[in-house]
Every structure is written in C-alpha cells, then in structure tokens.
Write a protein that binds this ligand. Structure first.
Ligand code: SF4
Length: 262
C-alpha cells in the first residue's frame, strides 16, 4: 500500500460472493461471505473496521441472528465459480471474510467443507483461506472448519487486554490466554495484526513487546503487520507510517517470527 494513497471506501457484500478482485499478494481473490447480505455481524467492534461500527447493526445479535442457509451460500459459490471458470477467469484465492466475522455462522464447518469440494471441482490450484478475529477459535465447529482450510489468517492486534479493549472492543467474552492457547494448538496459523495511531494507538514500545510475547506463545507460521487501507469506523484513527510498521515487524523478526509489512 502506498503510504499517501487515499483511503478507500468499502461496501458490505450484498450476497455470498464478491469480486474477484486483484490483490497484491493473493492474485485474483474471490471473497466469500457467510453472513446475511448487507448486514455487518461481528463479535468485535473494532474502531478501525472498514464495515463501520458493529453496534448499530448487529450488537449482540451474533447468537440469535438468522444466518443464511448452507445450501444457499454454497449454491451461490458454485454458480459464481462455474461462471468464472466458463469465462476463463483466474481465481487464485477464495477468502472467507465478508460482512464481519465469518466463523460466527453456526455451520461454518459445513460451509468450509462445501467450499473445499467446489474449489476442487472448479479451481483445484486455488487457496481457500479465512480472515477471522480469532474470538471463536476454541469452538469445536469452528476449529474443525479452520483445519480444513488451506490457510488460516487470524487476528491479534495486541498483547494485553488494555490494547485489545481499545483496538478491537470485543462484544463478548475474550480471554486472551485462552485465545492464545487455542491459536497455539490449532497450529499452522498466520497472524494478522492491525496497527493504528490517532484516537487509539497500539504502537507503543511496551505494547509491541506484549504483542511479541503473545506471538512467542502462538508460534505462527507468518505474521502480517498492516495499517489502515480503507476508511475506518472511527474517523479519528490514522495510519501508522510505513517506517514504524517496518520497525515493529523487525522487532518480531528479531524474536524469531516471520513477519512482513502488508
Ligand atoms: S473483527 Fe474484523 S469485521 Fe469485526 S469489527 Fe473488527 S475489523 Fe470489523
């Protein structure tokens, strides 16, 4: 991302697939949404979220919400993959992300199973992955689904609860040691960490040191360090300069982690 490039807008997905869009690192990427169209659903309320605040739309609705039927989601994924394949379009990655936290769908494992079968049928070389906030990592159904994927990218924006409360604002129980243990035992996880400045700042020396201690527990296969690319819910947030992100990634590398700035 160019340091001075303008922040981009983001539209909530109006169905269960979106794109494919060209990405710098994942090639042509098809987005997969397990959540209701045009509604943000998340167990966090991150001030940096590109989907806007969780509170006005879906606070506390994560459990009681009517989630889309598995067959509806997989039916649309199949239709889209068949169209793209017939048109000779490339799909390098299929990513579960969409309108919030994809693993909140109570049948996440079944959806992943179906998506893996569809990838095999239409784009066997594609990578199917997920962007998740990790809050559900200890749910059996979610762990089973995560294990089936080609790659798991899970969020860890801070190494202490003060930072997590400020940067992620969990709306449900978030016990950091339990989450770290869930990530560690899942194995083969990529950690993605957002750093922000302005109204909230998680780039302080001690906070970064705490974050690295958590990486030491999880032992991720890779660490992605990034900052704002799209308009955040909290307009008081600012991007962290590239040099500072590089310095944070370098501290993680010195501690033995394979960290990169995205
Ligand atoms: S976890 Fe992701 S979707 Fe949820 S509020 Fe944070 S940035 Fe938005």
């Amino acid at each position: 991302m160019a340091e001075n490039a303008p922040l981009k807008n983001y539209q909530l997905a109006s169905s269960y697939t979106y794109g494919p869009i060209r990405t710098r690192r994942c090639g042509m990427s098809l987005g997969l949404n397990t959540l209701p169209p045009n509604l943000k659903v998340c167990s966090f309320d991150c001030p940096y979220c590109q989907c806007g605040w969780t509170e006005p739309t879906a606070r506390g609705r994560g459990e009681r919400l009517k989630y889309p039927e598995v067959k509806e989601i997989l039916g649309e994924i199949e239709t889209r993959l068949a169209e793209l394949s017939a048109a000779g379009e490339r799909v390098d990655t299929m990513t579960f992300a969409g309108n919030g936290e994809p693993t909140l769908h109570p049948k996440f494992r079944e959806i992943v199973e179906g998506a893996m079968a569809l990838k095999k049928k239409y784009y066997p070389a594609a990578i199917v992955d997920v962007l998740s906030n990790a809050q559900t990592v200890n749910r059996e159904n979610v762990r089973a689904g995560l294990k089936l994927l080609d790659r798991r990218i899970l969020k860890l924006d801070g190494g202490n609860m003060r930072v997590i409360e400020a940067v992620d604002k969990p709306l449900v129980k978030f016990d950091l040691p339990e989450i770290l243990e869930g990530l560690r035992t899942l194995g083969d996880v990529t950690i993605q960490s957002m750093f922000v400045a302005g109204s909230t700042d998680n780039t302080g020396d001690e906070d970064v040191a705490d974050w690295i201690k958590c990486l030491d527990v999880v032992k991720p296969v890779a660490v992605q360090v990034y900052t704002l690319d799209r308009f955040p819910a909290d307009k008081g947030l600012k991007r962290v300069p590239k040099a500072k992100l590089e310095a944070i990634a370098e501290r993680a590398r010195k501690a033995g982690h394979s960290a990169e700035v995205f």
